[in-house]
Write a new protein. Structure first.
Length: 83
């Protein structure tokens, strides 16, 4: 995520019990990231904490999806994706 290049169709395989977890405040600043999230992001823990979550957003993410995500966060909702 640190090096936001165009989509390459490459995948990084995670262990079955790996979950990428981050938490933000309502202004979109990262307040928590679990070790798997930190590792795959390419950033250090200290770089992520307090940083805007869009720091790790890929430029190919559809704007509508990003807008929906932040609308949910700003209203106190949770965003989760399994699978």
């Amino acid at each position: 995520m640190r090096n936001n290049q165009p989509v390459s169709q490459r995948e990084i395989e995670l262990k079955e019990d790996d979950f990428l977890v981050s938490r933000t405040d309502t202004k979109g600043r990262i307040t928590y990231a679990n070790p798997a999230f930190i590792d795959i992001s390419g950033f250090e823990h200290a770089e992520l904490m307090g940083a805007p979550h869009n720091l790790i957003r890929h430029p190919d993410m559809p704007p509508a999806a990003f807008a929906n995500l932040w609308q949910t966060v700003q209203t106190g909702g949770n965003v989760a994706r399994a699978g």
